[in-house]
Design a protein around this ligand. Structure first.
Ligand code: KG4
Ligand code: ZN
Length: 351
């Protein structure tokens, strides 16, 4: 496809904060021309989680071919790109450095502007790719493997964090419980699948709320689930059977999933009520969860809230969302120089 001239802005996005090496080309922050994702899930599966050192090494091997594919699929040469956007935090520092360094090298070689993107701003921006009408202000629940935030998005680059998790993130809790009940890695999608036919009321699990705050805490429900599992396993070993003779895997998974989702939904709607917002967006890997999507849709319909969420491929880590967020950051006047560094605990809205 020949590149159109004029005021259009073509952004090359690069993402390597965890275990996906990704590159994408996005036009004007909204239209995906390519979205290449090389997942390392198979590599980390046998360890039950991401091994940072291995992740960095594989990013290093994969980053250039992935960028090449993204440009090729978009039908563009590097010279035709207007801006390079790369995740510079939060994430695994060794992993972040690979994508960021590649971005800096390309920006220097091709004399292109560079912009660093905060990963959660990227997740939020995934919604601009899937919902052409979405514009701030809106409220966003961002739920990933490491974060559970409720964010007031005042403008494309103006974020106010209204709530965060005090301990585990929702995705982390999903992954840990999934591993304990014998599902593989990554646990979230497998637990979602296992829960499909289950009864969400089969196992009684707590819903933790914080007085005077929308903050989350998932370590309690995680520990309660693991204690229940322990008890079932002990009973099973005394009786010479399997714990699943007493509670099916589907019922256990559905009950845990529902306990987490109930809290995510309740806190988000409490924040909507407190801020008077009627526009809601969900983002991040856990936004792929079918129960969360359904419960959010039901509650939104009941309360007259307009809800958006991205397709599954844009919920989990990808570089199209980084390109979209980079586009809006650049439009707001931001350009970074080659001293831009990877920041493992970079805050949303922080520099
Ligand atoms: O956003 P993401 O791809 O990476 C981070 O930025 O962390 O999120 C990954 C997290 C993992 O914890 C994964 O298990 C979870 O998202 N996840 C899900 C589902 N798909 C991905 N959790 C629950 N249900 C799903 N369908
Ligand atoms: Zn992510």
């Amino acid at each position: 496809m020949p590149r159109e001239t004029g005021t259009d802005l073509y952004v090359l996005g690069i993402e390597s904060s965890c275990d996906e090496t990704a590159a994408a080309v996005v036009k004007n922050g909204r239209q995906i021309l390519s979205n290449v994702i090389a997942s390392q899930a198979d590599l980390h599966r046998s360890y039950g989680g991401v091994v940072p050192e291995l992740a960095s090494r594989v990013h290093l091997e994969t980053i250039i071919p992935v960028i090449d594919s993204a440009l090729r699929e978009a039908g563009l040469q590097l010279a035709e790109i207007d801006l390079i956007a790369a995740t510079n935090g939060p994430g695994l520092v060794g992993a972040l450095l690979v994508g960021l360094t590649a971005a800096k090298g390309l920006a220097l070689a091709a004399q292109k502007p560079l912009v660093g993107v905060q990963h959660l701003a990227g997740h939020i921006a995934a919604n601009y790719l899937s919902d052409p009408e979405l514009e701030p202000p809106f409220l966003c629940l961002v739920v990933s493997g490491a974060h559970s935030h409720i964010v007031q998005v005042n403008a494309y680059t103006d974020f106010k964090v209204l709530a965060r998790t005090r301990d585990d993130a929702a995705g982390e809790a999903f992954d840990k419980v999934a591993r304990s009940i014998g599902l593989g890695y990554p646990g979230g999608p497998l637990l979602d699948k296992a829960a499909r036919e289950g009864n969400p009321e089969a196992v009684d699990l707590p819903r933790t709320t914080m007085a005077g705050s929308f903050d989350f805490s998932f370590s309690g429900v995680k520990t309660a689930a693991l204690n229940q599992l322990n008890r079932l396993q002990q009973q099973a070993s005394q009786q010479g059977g399997s714990w699943q003779d007493q509670v099916s895997l589907a019922d256990f998974a559905a009950s845990f999933q529902r306990a987490v989702v109930d809290v995510l939904v309740d806190h988000t709607f409490a924040a909507l009520a407190a801020t008077g917002q009627k526009r809601l967006v969900i983002a991040g890997g856990v936004a792929a969860n079918s129960c969360l999507r359904q419960q959010m849709a039901d509650r939104s319909a009941k309360e007259g809230v307009r809800l958006s969420f991205p397709p599954l491929i844009l919920c989990t880590d990808n570089a199209a969302m980084i390109a979209a967020a980079g586009y809006y950051a650049h439009k707001a006047g931001r350009t970074d120089d080659l001293s831009l560094n990877a920041v493992p605990y970079l805050e949303l809205g922080g520099d």
